[in-house]
Design a protein around this ligand. Structure first.
Ligand code: OGA
Ligand code: MN
Length: 370
């Protein structure tokens, strides 16, 4: 994960130059070199469309609710970044709401590890288990001028959440994973990551760890490589939700000038092959109309459709590998969407971005080194 950004005075740090350029507030940077796969990408020779219909190996992996059929996905690879794959938002509006809900309402629970746990330890105060609900209640009471008998500690407000780790918890200090520091990897995210990787030809992917990052407008993530996993062959799968960002992808040293990509809600980046160990960063998070359009349209028709699917689909996948995760995920998605009060999530995401990066930590068959 994020290794510390090391300053380099030699003048050859082209990564840093680009990072600074895209981070700049005034004047705002020229975005004309940013690769935007939503605008006529066929004119650039550096990347090509992969039509995925022919790559499908998903007899054992039926599609989750809210994912477009794989043969309709727009998938790109960059000739100059072997192994890097970009999938333009394959999620429906309802599915995006579901994944945002999971990242904000469920994943930050005490079963996992968050940056707020360290504050808890420092000040010796026990926070509420559900950061989202506690913050929501606080905000509602504040609006109604209610005086709370147990005042809410703003250090544990959802806006202070920066990261959550899932599965094997990444240790940010010594940049390692520990076999004893692990929680159950969420079944839905596991299924999603396996589904996406199998769609692009990785059939043995085993999601074991994830970092969920929470950004606000103006937040950045400095240049780093993700090299702490023991398995560097399996890809890192990275999902974006909420507001837009610039993603830089360089080479194995910072002397290589990075490419800049425009990331929008629902987009997926896969770093495999040579690109797996390349420097990357988020120099800029910014608002656009895109999230509003993509995710905030009415989902009533979609929910009606998913509910009717669930009635006909009930036993259909019972013989398939991973069928439990598949069924549980679709079921949870339905129950969640049928009762989700989206407006507070919408408000949070109007100036925030969520990134989920999924990693396989161990090689196939490998035991955790002592
Ligand atoms: C990371 C990472 C990129 C992003 O968490 O290691 O590189 O898109 N995230 O936020
Ligand atoms: Mn990373």
């Amino acid at each position: 994960m994020a290794s510390t950004y090391v300053d380099d005075d030699t003048g050859t740090d082209l990564f840093r130059e680009e990072f600074k350029r895209y981070k700049r507030k005034e004047p705002s940077p020229d975005l004309s070199e940013v690769i935007d796969f939503t605008t006529d990408p066929t004119t650039n020779n550096d990347y090509e469309i992969i039509p995925l219909g022919c790559l499908q190996t998903m007899k054992t992996n039926p599609p989750l609710y809210g994912l477009r059929p794989v043969n309709e996905w727009k998938v790109y690879r960059c000739l100059s970044k072997p192994g890097f794959v970009f999938i333009c938002n394959p999620f429906s509006a309802a599915a995006q709401r579901y994944w945002c809900y999971r990242c904000l309402h469920d994943y930050p629970s005490k079963d996992n590890v968050t940056n707020l746990d360290f504050i808890e330890k420092q000040c010796g105060i026990n926070r509420e288990d559900n950061i989202w609900s506690a913050s929501e209640t606080y905000e509602r009471d504040k609006k109604q001028d209610k005086v709370d008998s147990a005042p809410f500690d703003l250090r544990f407000h959802i806006k202070k959440l920066r990261w959550v780790t899932l599965g094997y918890h990444y240790n940010w200090n010594d940049k390692t994973y520990d076999k004893n520091n692990v929680s159950i990897f969420p079944f839905d995210l596991k299924y999603l990551a396996k589904y996406v990787t199998s769609a692009i030809g990785y059939n043995e992917y085993n999601p074991e760890a994830s970092i969920v990052n929470y950004y606000h407008i103006g937040s950045t993530l400095a240049g780093h490589t993700d090299h702490s996993e023991y398995d560097h062959q399996s890809p890192i799968v990275s999902f974006s939700f909420g507001q837009d960002a610039i993603f830089l992808l360089g080479g194995e040293t910072k002397a290589v000038k990075p490419l800049a990509f425009h990331l929008r809600t629902g987009d997926i980046c896969v770093m495999a092959g040579q690109s797996r160990l390349c420097y990357h960063a988020i120099p800029r998070v910014f608002t656009s109309k895109h999230f509003e359009i993509s995710c905030n349209s009415s989902i009533d028709d979609e929910i009606r459709h998913l509910n009717s699917l669930s009635n006909t689909n009930e036993n259909i996948q019972s013989t398939l590998e991973n069928s439990t995760d598949y069924c549980k995920t679709n079921q949870l998605m339905l129950t969640t969407l049928n009762s989700l009060q989206w407006d507070t999530y919408e408000q949070f995401l109007s100036d925030s971005r969520i990134n989920i990066s999924v990693r396989q930590v161990l090689k196939h068959g490998q035991c955790f080194p002592d």
